[in-house]
Design a protein around this ligand. Structure first.
Ligand SMILES: C[S@@+](CC[C@H](N)C(=O)[O-])C[C@H]1O[C@@H](n2cnc3c(N)ncnc32)[C@H](O)[C@@H]1O
Length: 399
């Protein structure tokens, strides 16, 4: 182990931490955290690192099991160390089993153990009382992990072709499915709830695009905008949280807000009080089957939608959208990861593989976004990269 190298990394981490302290920007927080991870990695023997990595599904299992045994709500409320017997009584579960699970949790930051078999909460144990984080663990554990395990076998069977057909993704291979992932979720109410909670959490921790994208300059301030003009059409909008967030931030913006999704989703959200309160119209639209019904909107917005689809499928989506766009006025706003060409961060890379497993989707680099949009007759106006490690925005118009 090269101690000089380690000391250098540690000094760099300290400098980044100081910068974070003085600027409070997400960029320095993320960089300091990455540098600290490099320090921890350099301190570990490679053999141990590989052993821990190979055992790491055990950690997810332990967190999921602790959630099933109601450990986290009991821990989160504690003001004094909670004895093992009290944690075990929460289900109830065998104290020896809870003790073994708790050892894994303590070793991975999900609890503290100030005295033998007595536990205190940490930020991670408190986070595991949130519906959205429970949904993330549950959805990944039940809906994604079995297919992730099958990926090597699946890829062997396809001679290592990059997956691009949503009907033939690792998910279909694993469960012998004849439907796409979204239809499969809709057929499994518990899985759908887990997934929706997971998706909701992914958004909740990140700033709304209206907080950092110059909405007024790029969208609102245009002489052709009137109260009757469709301002924003959200395609594949889900429950409409992004539109509701938009209305909150721009209550006086002229123009209509329109939520579009598959008819099964629209049936669920139609009449929802929060949508009506925000004057959001819900329209059933299958972007593979039909041409866009809302003509001449100022912006057609996709968030976390295009990463679900290969270039071939995305081309169909854009070909169905373009006839509705007004040249020189309508824009396409895509809120997605823009993967850097080099040294991409862990979360976008893992999301890339998760969408591959679920629907043969992919996260795209700037170059891949440019190639795709140019090939369908759109022109990139600008790539907007937010500070920190979140999603960016690709702003485009008819070429
Ligand atoms: C990953 S979710 C993103 C939801 C939302 N935009 C967000 O960021 O939370 C993808 C959405 O696309 C919708 N979707 C899938 N296939 C669709 C289709 N053919 N036409 C329209 N929407 C579709 C799904 O129902 C789902 O709401």
């Amino acid at each position: 182990m090269d101690i000089q190298h380690l000391q250098g990394l540690l000094a760099e981490a300290k400098t980044l931490l100081d910068s974070y302290e003085s600027t409070q920007t997400d960029t320095f927080r993320v960089q300091a955290q990455e540098k600290a991870t490099q320090v921890a990695r350099a301190l570990e023997r490679p053999k141990d690192a590989i052993l821990k990595l190979s055992f790491s599904p055990v950690i997810v299992m332990a967190v999921k099991t602790a959630d099933d045994m109601n450990v986290f709500p009991v821990l989160a409320q504690a003001t004094a160390p909670v004895p093992l017997a009290e944690l075990a009584a929460a289900k109830p579960a065998d104290p020896l089993l809870v003790e073994r699970i708790m050892r894994v949790l303590v070793a991975n930051g999900f609890a503290e153990e100030p005295a033998p078999s007595e536990y205190l909460p940490t930020a991670l144990s408190r986070e595991m009382t949130q519906r959205t984080s429970i949904g993330a663990v549950g959805s990944l554990f039940h809906e994604f992990l079995p297919s992730i395990q099958k990926v090597p076998e699946y890829l062997q069977s396809t001679n290592y072709r990059n997956p691009d057909d949503p009907m033939l993704a690792p998910l279909q291979y694993t469960h012998n499915l004849k439907v796409d992932g979204f239809t499969w979720l809709c057929q499994n109410p518990e899985a759908l709830t887990r997934f929706n909670n997971f998706m909701e959490g992914q958004r909740a921790d990140r700033p709304h695009w209206g907080d950092w994208f110059p909405v007024r300059e790029q969208l609102l301030d245009h002489p052709d905008m009137t109260a009757e003009t469709p301002l924003l059409v959200d395609l594949g909008a889900g429950r409409g949280h992004d539109l509701i967030g938009f209305r909150k931030r721009f209550p006086d913006a002229p123009g209509k807000l329109i939520l579009e999704d598959l008819s099964s989703v629209i049936d669920e959200v139609r009449g929802a009080q929060d949508l009506e309160a925000a004057s959001i119209d819900a329209v059933a639209h299958d972007f593979f089957a039909e041409v866009q019904p809302v003509q001449g909107a100022r912006a057609y917005y996709f968030k976390n939608v295009l990463h679900d689809w290969s270039d071939e499928k995305a081309t169909i989506i854009f070909n169905h959208l373009k006839p509705a766009m007004k040249r020189g006025f309508s824009k396409v706003i895509m809120e997605e990861y823009i993967i850097p060409d080099q040294n991409a961060r862990s979360l976008p890379c893992m999301t890339d593989i998760a969408v591959m497993v679920f629907c043969s989707g992919l996260e795209r680099t700037q170059q891949r976004w440019s190639n795709l949009l140019t090939s369908v007759g759109l022109r990139v106006i600008k790539f907007w990269v937010r500070e920190g490690d979140g999603l960016g925005i690709i702003e485009a118009e008819l070429a």
